[in-house]
Design a protein around this ligand. Structure first.
Ligand code: GLN
Length: 312
């Protein structure tokens, strides 16, 4: 596959035809679509340009197209090849050091917007554990205009990407990115804590699609023997750091809902629910500690106690 098939004199239409043929002989699912996207990315064109001006020549884009084609054929996602990915309408930079943000992760943003519908203007404090590219933090700070956010990642390289994205989204005045393990050294309270932690069972990481297993960092995928290690760490720590009416929202894999809801209950979260993604799969567990409600109950119990002893 190393011979150059595209030249400066190849037209867009010819290039597309050649690319579809090469992609068709590969494992790629939708060769026509992949070919269109790859060509547009390499030649820096909107898709409409392929139809409007099919006879224009590739020119200087030919060598880049060849490189992109070879990389895509090896399974590298186009987002990683170009180093860009759209999430919640934001154009984010990505690198081999961060999980490629997935559309289903937007379920966390949707859930947060719904749960904080009446509090959009407040100066909310947001914490993103395992911030990765910064996708969630950037999307949330874009939705909650007076919020401030802290993103933590154990990978310094990932934190660097997140920092770059908060700058590019003009959020640097409201966002801080730190390197660390979960909540080590983090001081609350936070109104909203989010995380898309690693949750794939160790034994299953090697059977993920090659786009994922070869090109997403293992650190962002491997959730331990049963895939639940991160939740066991995050829930008790979040319970301590949340404001009384604050929410913790975590992404889960379909099938983990029951186990993660149980971890939430064990960590003392009184209100627990799941949210589904666009494919209808349970994708997010939301939990509120409701220390207010608990405090209220304790208060009532103490008062009752007082009342009981008062007449004596
Ligand atoms: N959703 C990812 C996958 O494709 C896993 C991401 C994660 O572990 N947070 O399997």
């Amino acid at each position: 596959m190393s011979e150059t098939r595209f030249g400066a004199g190849t037209s867009r239409a010819e290039a597309l035809k050649l690319l579809v043929e090469r992609f068709r002989r590969s494992e790629l699912d939708d060769p026509s679509r992949e070919a269109r996207l790859t060509l547009c990315a390499a030649a820096n064109l909107p898709q409409a340009a392929l139809i409007a001006e099919p006879d224009s020549l590739l020119g200087g884009a030919a060598a880049r197209l060849e490189e992109y084609a070879v990389r895509r054929l090896s399974g590298e996602p186009l987002s990683k090849i170009v180093g860009r990915r759209e999430f919640w309408g934001l154009a984010l930079s990505i690198s081999p050091d961060v999980l490629d943000p997935r559309p289903e992760t937007e379920t966390i943003v949707e859930a947060a917007v719904a749960l904080f519908a009446g509090r959009r203007q407040e100066r909310l404090c947001v914490l993103d554990l395992g911030v990765g590219s910064g996708a969630l933090l950037c999307a949330l700070l874009r939705e909650f205009l007076n919020a401030r956010g802290l993103g933590v990642d154990i990978s310094a390289a990932a934190a660097e990407v997140a920092r770059r994205n908060t700058l590019a989204c003009d959020l640097d005045g409201r966002a801080e990115i730190r390197v660390g393990s979960w909540t080590d050294g983090v001081v609350g309270p936070f109104d909203l804590i989010v995380s898309n932690p690693p949750y794939v069972r160790t034994s299953e990481v090697d059977s993920l699609a090659r786009e994922v297993r070869h090109f997403d960092p293992r650190l962002a995928l491997d959730g331990g023997i049963d895939g639940l290690d991160a939740y066991r760490a995050i829930f008790p720590q979040a319970a301590r750091l949340l404001a009384p009416d604050g929410w913790l929202l975590v992404e889960i894999d379909a099938g983990q809902a029951g186990a993660v809801l149980a971890i939430a209950a064990k960590a003392g979260f009184l209100e627990r629910s799941t949210h589904r993604d666009l494919a209808g799969r349970e994708r997010v567990v939301a939990a509120r500690s409701l220390r207010t409600a608990l405090g209220q109950r304790n208060h009532e119990r103490d008062n009752r106690h007082e009342r009981v002893i008062a007449p004596d």
